[in-house]
Design a protein around this ligand. Structure first.
Ligand code: SAM
Length: 228
């Protein structure tokens, strides 16, 4: 069901992201990529890569001596990602591949860093996805997870609820001409996703050490970092 929604929204996904976040998603993604500490020559993985925004930022950071794998379950999202990769002239640095976050097609300890942006909220078994990201990260490497969360301030929560349950479904559905209800699903999935502190604990339980998180933009986004 979730995959049908992403297929329907794929064509206008980037436009919707930019309109609905007032462009701030670019800043969140750049910040997450900085936190990977990836450098020239690093081998990195972007899970739930969608239209490859984070993969493209990673490729610019690791340069042509490094490599980026961009993995997503949805062919329509990834197809748009591939076009963007070609348009950015980064096709030698990024390989886009269909894959499931819950059973990644890579050997153990392969990547210097792994990112997942606004993706884990959609996977079926969260622990499995984090175990897989842990498995493919080399010892000492980092997993950086960017995900929406609920602000703690009551005032911001009130504004955020109004914004996400009224404006996002209305604007998102019109822009994407969607009939699947993805822009109703996305805000409600945030409410069902673990808050930042339990997510930190979950990462710890799946084997990461020194897990920490930062809340961004008034606490609507949480950035978690775990070290293998
Ligand atoms: C909200 S989009 C985020 C895309 C991109 N990371 C970004 O930040 O713009 C979530 C993506 O997760 C993908 N996804 C959901 N479940 C997945 C899974 N089990 N394995 C791989 N990708 C998955 C969806 O197909 C979708 O492209």
């Amino acid at each position: 069901m979730v995959q049908k929604m992403f297929s329907s929204a794929a064509r206008r996904y980037d436009l919707n992201n930019t309109v609905l976040s007032f462009g701030i998603h670019h800043y969140w993604k750049r910040y997450a990529v900085d936190k990977t500490l990836a450098k020239q020559g690093s081998i990195v993985l972007d899970v739930c890569s969608g239209t490859a925004d984070i993969a493209i930022l990673l490729a610019k950071r690791v340069t042509s001596s490094g490599h980026v794998m961009a993995v997503d379950l949805n062919p329509e999202m990834l197809e748009i990602g591939k076009k963007k990769v070609i348009k950015s002239g980064l096709e030698d640095s990024i390989c886009c591949s269909i894959g499931n976050a819950e059973s990644l097609q890579f050997r153990d300890n392969k990547f210097d860093a792994v990112t997942v942006g606004f993706g884990v909220r959609n996977v079926k078994h969260l622990e499995k996805a984090f175990s897989e990201m842990h498995r493919v990260t080399r010892p000492g490497g980092r997993v950086v997870c960017l995900e929406f969360t609920q602000p703690e301030s009551r005032f911001l929560k009130y504004l955020y609820d109004f914004y996400s349950f009224t404006l996002i479904p209305a604007v998102g559905t019109v822009i994407s001409r969607d009939k699947t209800g993805i822009y109703n699903y996305l805000p409600s999935s945030i409410r069902k996703f673990p808050p930042a502190e339990p997510l930190k604990q979950l990462m710890h339980n799946t084997g990461f050490s020194k897990v920490y998180y930062e809340l961004l933009s008034g606490g609507i986004v949480a950035l978690h970092v775990g070290i293998k």
